[in-house]
Design a protein. Structure first.
Length: 359
């Protein structure tokens, strides 16, 4: 029986790409055992609650480093060292065959513990810039799987893409394109929302009412709750404002243009579904990685990018109208997205895993 350890989290951007890999492992190795290590305080704990994909789960008392200089980081480092010891004891008892780190602060102690025991290790980086955990681990692990090419070359690195793209292509096939009388625009700022984008749309509703489109703005729960009195009273036949949705892929499938942040998972979903998109990267992320993610696809002719520092109503309206009605530009963007090898990302990932499980 193969025993494979997965670890990662903090945000769901580290979790979504591992799910299709777990499913594929269960199909290829039906008697395998999948063990997951996450943070006791990350979003992954709720995500994997009662999840049938994992056979065992362990929750480590660990948190991420603060960006500012603070004594709290000494506590964070101490917890990380303790987590290495805890993970090492558990992994040794499990006799794991392979440990896969998907990024996030919780992945560091687990992968580090496996390295100390000479257990094969793989990491996956979703963004165009290595996160701290992967930056510390990349020279020590057996293989580093990348979603984007990195500026610096590593001999153990392989470009495989993001497995989430393979899954979303398969998932989208169950959704039918709904008939519509107007073009549809979807605006989404991620699970936590995007305040500047939300404010720009909501403060200029009269402009969007003039456009012959149907528009949905997903604000994020926190923003919606903060402005509940105002937002709950807004009524418009062509504009829907909601805090969240459970069928985001279906909405993307039925959209003519998507306006979005550029987190790695979201980007690969949009590219896999070949959706015309305007990307507005969040400037409030480590190493400005959302901008780097977005520019990668812009440079391949697959997306329009507007930096938040220059975002205003006129720029957004101009790009939106161009993408809705300029057939030549739409066809060019879609054709460039078709050239991306995204459907096989999960298979590329699995091919590396098989090298270690079949050896």
């Amino acid at each position: 029986m193969k025993k494979i350890v997965f670890t990662g989290g903090g945000t769901l951007g580290h979790i979504y790409p591992m799910v299709p890999v777990m499913k594929a492992i269960k199909e290829i190795y039906p008697n395998s055992k999948i063990i997951f290590f996450g943070s006791a305080f990350g979003l992954e704990k709720d995500f994997f609650k009662d999840n049938m994909l994992i056979d065992e789960a362990y929750w480590l008392d660990i948190s991420g480093l603060k960006r500012s200089l603070t004594f709290k980081n000494l506590i964070v480092i101490k917890k990380a060292l303790n987590a290495v010891k805890t993970a090492r004891n558990i992994i040794q008892e499990l006799q794991a065959d392979l440990v896969i780190g998907m990024g996030g602060y919780v992945s560091y102690p687990v992968v580090k513990a496996a390295i100390k025991q000479n257990i094969p290790t793989i990491i996956h980086e979703q963004n165009s810039h290595l996160g701290l955990a992967n930056r510390l681990l990349i020279k020590q692990v057996d293989r580093a799987l990348l979603s984007f090419p990195l500026p610096k070359k590593y001999p153990n690195a392989v470009l495989v893409g993001n497995p989430r793209s393979s899954e979303v292509i398969s998932e989208s096939k169950k959704y039918r394109i709904r008939p519509k009388d107007k073009p549809t625009v979807l605006i989404v700022g991620g699970s936590r929302g995007a305040e500047k984008i939300n404010d720009l749309i909501i403060n200029n509703l009269y402009w969007f009412k003039k456009l012959p489109i149907n528009m949905t703005l997903i604000t994020g729960e926190r923003y919606y709750n903060q402005h509940f009195d105002k937002l709950s009273k807004l009524t418009n036949t062509n504009l829907e404002i909601i805090p969240f949705c459970h069928n985001l892929i279906e909405r993307i499938v039925n959209s003519d243009v998507v306006i979005s942040r550029s987190g790695a998972t979201t980007l690969f979903e949009l590219m896999a579904l070949q959706k015309i998109c305007i990307l507005i990267p969040s400037p409030n992320v480590t190493n400005n990685h959302q901008l780097k993610n977005a520019l990668y696809f812009k440079n391949k002719g697959c997306a329009i990018v507007i930096e938040e520092k220059i975002l205003n109503l006129q720029i957004l309206i101009d790009y939106l109208e161009t993408l809705l009605y300029n057939k030549k530009i739409r066809e060019s963007l879609i054709n460039n997205m078709k050239k991306l090898d995204l459907a096989n990302s999960c298979n590329h990932f699995l091919a590396i895993i098989n090298e270690y499980l079949q050896s």
